[in-house]
Write a protein that binds this ligand. Structure first.
Ligand code: TRP
Ligand code: ZN
Length: 476
């Protein structure tokens, strides 16, 4: 696959019929007459260089309202997704991403919409009566009713994501594609939105998600409903839902930040000390990376085997079993690098992993007397970090490979050496998280930002550490 397409490239334009053209011309000439504008279908992907079918064109989601009924024992999910979006073109139809599950009905602006299914793409064609409410710039509401047995997705790198069954429930993890296994949407990191989730589960189980717990759980007829509110924009890959038996704790830390932790009883003893350090880690990272970007934090700790990796799910990272302090530092650093400042495409993954790995090196330097230079040297010696350049992984199966982490962190260390003043270096990191807070950024945004802030031409540094194929001198 050629992965050098621009993200959000020009969508293929269907040939217009002469009649459509005439209608369009008439509509342009007489906009006051209303109606008559023929929209175009939104694109079925945003042309991500690694996952071209992810996301959809023609609209931006501003809010997801998800009402779910989950029965982990029967492995069943029933959902209603209420999606508020703004059209970025005049739309005649548009797509949502959904993997597995069955759509029972859908409406757009309250009127029944025709739904077509092709693989992981749903195409919704709104009723002609409401099509003029899907003109560029207008906000419209889509409701999708769906149900089924949610699936586990195996990625190109063989890791499992989407909906994962656990010993006493399930957990939903979405990097890079899995959110579409449990709700329909615009499944690409470039379209961030706020979320409200309401999840009903069998009494005795707990449902934990991102953001703030909203209200007290309600039990009726042997089922309990939990509500979660995520006001800050969130990329779909960072949305999570964990259903199971959890010991939960809620408190408030400095700055009024809500701390909510959920721990599987089997992991309780072994994780108690590390989980209690969440506020300390958040505070320490805020001192280095800028103010904590969200109103809530915490952790979800499952048990070994729940997943093959931890994930920086927004506000509340997920750990499959008791985390080490280094792993907590890594996932919490993602709240700045990844969750608040989100990669514009999956090619920019090193911006997440390089900086989160560098956070671990900094922690070791300050808390364990291991200078970052030593971590750099160890990473430099490791051949696995030299398989390919971090800003240009060879394909979708490589976006979580060692160079993205280790060599990404080495690039950050080279920037620190170039700046040669720790106060300025940390101000640079905090300036980056401030400049793109709650947004998206590309590698080009990052290199331009660093050059502008330092006032230096760092072309050689980018060439050697981000894009070069061979191992440069360690101090090069
Ligand atoms: N991004 C996760 C982290 O750094 C790890 C991760 C998620 C991962 N999915 C993966 C690692 C797939 C390897 C394969 O914490
Ligand atoms: Zn990471």
């Amino acid at each position: 696959m050629d992965h050098r397409h621009p993200v959000r490239g020009t969508a293929r334009t269907p040939r217009r019929s002469g009649r459509a053209f005439l209608l369009l011309a008439l509509a342009l000439l007489a906009p006051a007459c209303g109606g008559g504008v023929e929209g175009k279908p939104g694109a079925s992907g945003v042309r991500d260089p690694y996952f071209p079918k992810l996301g959809n064109g023609g609209y931006d989601v501003t809010h997801y309202g998800l009402a779910l009924d989950v029965d982990p024992g029967a492995h069943r999910l029933r959902g209603t997704a209420t999606i508020t979006a703004r059209a970025t073109q005049d739309l005649s139809s548009f797509n949502l991403d959904l993997a597995g599950l069955t759509v029972t009905s859908a409406t757009v602006e309250g009127r029944p919409a025709a739904v077509n299914r092709a693989g992981d793409e749903l195409t919704l064609r709104p009723d002609i009566e409401v099509q003029d409410r899907l003109r560029r710039g207008r906000t419209f509401r889509t409701v999708v009713h769906y149900s089924g047995s949610p699936k586990t997705i195996t990625d190109p790198d063989d890791s499992e994501e989407g909906w994962l069954r656990t010993a006493d429930g399930a957990v939903a993890l979405g990097e890079p594609t899995g959110s579409m296994a449990w709700f329909p949407g615009n499944n690409h990191p470039s379209d961030k939105a706020s979320y409200d989730l309401s999840v009903t589960v069998p009494q005795g189980l707990t449902a934990v998600s991102n953001g703030e717990p909203a209200g007290t759980p309600r039990t009726a007829g042997g089922r309990t409903t939990y509500r979660w509110h995520t006001p800050a924009p969130m990329a779909s890959y960072l949305a999570t839902l964990a259903v199971g038996r959890f010991g939960t704790k809620k408190s408030t830390m400095a700055g009024g930040i809500t701390v909510f932790t959920a721990v599987d009883p089997e992991s309780a003893e072994a994780s108690a000390r590390t989980v209690s350090r969440v506020p300390e880690v958040v505070k320490w990272e805020a001192a280095h990376f800028g103010p904590y970007p969200f109103s809530a934090t915490g952790a979800i700790v499952g048990r070994k085997g729940d997943a093959g990796y931890a994930l920086e799910t927004q506000n509340r990272p997920f750990f499959p079993g008791p985390p080490s302090i280094g792993l907590l530092v890594h996932e919490m650093a993602h709240q700045w690098f990844g969750d608040s400042v989100t990669p514009a495409s999956w090619q920019d993954m090193w911006l997440n992993e390089g900086l989160a790995t560098y956070a671990e090196w900094l922690w070791e330097e300050e808390k364990a007397d291991t200078p970052a230079r030593e971590s750099f040297d160890a990473a430099y010696k490791d051949d696995a970090n030299w398989a390919f350049p971090p800003a240009d992984p060879p394909g979708p199966s490589n976006i979580s490979d060692p160079p993205v982490y280790g060599r990404g962190a080495m690039a950050i260390h080279r920037i620190r050496a170039a700046v040669d003043d720790d106060k300025k270096f940390f101000a640079l990191l905090a300036g980056w998280t401030k400049a793109h807070r709650h947004g998206n950024a590309t590698t080009a945004d990052f290199t331009a930002y660093v050059e502008k802030t330092t006032g230096r031409d760092l072309t050689e540094l980018w060439k050697k550490w981000l894009y070069g194929r061979s191992r440069p001198a360690a101090n090069g």
